[in-house]
Design a binder for this molecule. Structure first.
Ligand code: SF4
Length: 327
């Protein structure tokens, strides 16, 4: 592991200032992904700024929604009464993530910033455009069972691994950040970037910006939300496909709906077309099937991952049937 410097920040402004003036700096909180990446030589920093002492760990239910500090731990959020009551998809996605030990340490901000689990990315002996821009993408013609069928480019087809980000996408969350230029807000749908020509750039964060909070608005759809994760083993495993639905049903009629998916795309994937197939209509086998077909209309399956096109439609049907769809 490459040697690095270490400083504990006093507060958020101090952390950002340190990061801004220290070449090669990065933030560390729970460290559950970052330290593995650094030990394996996948990610390198000359200096780490420890943000664990910052006063950013509170989870608060407000009149308009939920305010989650960027340093709140996954377990803390999953068990919070306001989350369980008003945003069940969030609690379910968090409890389906990682292991209890990781959930005790990992923060909400860090979860959104975790890197892809693509095996080529994590193996420094392999070429990889995300880790070493311009070196190539062996997954395109290689082993790509876990890779994306939506949102990819000729440079990268890696999936985003966060369950939390999928749930937040279905809830229309906003990410609050603080940087050298001051605070700003980033809608969750604009936070993670598709690979395009720059797969090495994962997010919309600017240099030295720190995630301070995530805000989730109250809504009828949030109250009636659920998460379904399909994975190769029952625990401590990333999604093969996952689906989050936030649904406001009036009898059988879908008054409003938000759908987001994991495991199938390069970013947490919202599907306006699938939502449009359901909104204002009765939640039936036919409309659910129509939504599933709309979801995968632009899918580009590769050699090993074509099964995801069918699997994610089945996951969506299973999820919506459990929420009141007519079988
Ligand atoms: Fe790297 Fe992306 Fe290709 Fe994986 S899919 S090898 S992360 S460029």
């Amino acid at each position: 592991m490459k040697a690095f410097g270490y400083t504990q920040a006093r507060d958020a402004a101090d952390a950002v200032s340190l990061a801004h003036r220290t070449p090669g700096a990065g933030f560390i909180a729970g460290g559950t992904d970052l330290l593995n990446l650094m030990k394996d030589g996948v990610q390198r920093h000359d200096h780490l700024i420890d943000v664990n002492r910052l006063d950013l760990a509170a989870v608060t239910g407000t009149a308009t929604g939920l305010h989650i500090g960027g340093l709140a731990r996954m377990r803390q959020v999953a068990e919070h009464p306001a989350v369980r009551k008003g945003f069940p998809v969030l609690a379910q996605a968090l409890l389906a993530s990682a292991s209890p030990q990781v959930r005790n340490m990992a923060t909400i901000g860090g979860n959104l910033l975790q890197r892809t689990r693509c095996g080529y990315f994590r193996d420094t002996a392999s070429a990889c455009n995300k880790r070493a821009p311009g070196s190539g993408c062996p997954a395109l013609a290689g082993w790509n069972r876990g890779h994306a069928v939506l949102g990819g480019s000729e440079h990268c087809i890696a999936t985003h691994p966060s369950d939390l980000a999928v749930a937040l996408t279905a809830l229309d969350a906003t990410v609050h950040v603080l940087g050298p230029g001051g605070p700003r807000r980033i809608p969750i749908g604009e936070f993670h970037l598709r690979p395009g020509d720059t797969p090495n750039v994962d997010t919309a964060l600017r240099p030295a910006e720190l995630i301070t909070a995530v805000e989730v608005p109250n809504s009828r759809t949030a109250t009636g939300s659920r998460y379904l994760k399909l994975r190769d083993r029952a625990t401590f495993e990333f999604a093969v496909v996952s689906a989050a639905a936030a649904l406001h049903l009036d009898g059988r009629t879908v008054r409003d709906v938000r759908l987001a998916f994991g495991g199938i795309a390069t970013t947490p994937w919202r599907s306006p077309d699938a939502e449009a197939a359901l909104r204002g209509r009765s939640l039936t086998v036919e409309t659910i099937s129509e939504a599933g077909r709309a979801l995968v209309r632009d899918a580009v399956p590769r050699h090993d991952n074509g099964f995801k096109v069918e699997l994610v439609q089945r996951a969506l049907a299973e999820l919506l049937n459990g929420m009141g769809g007519r079988r």
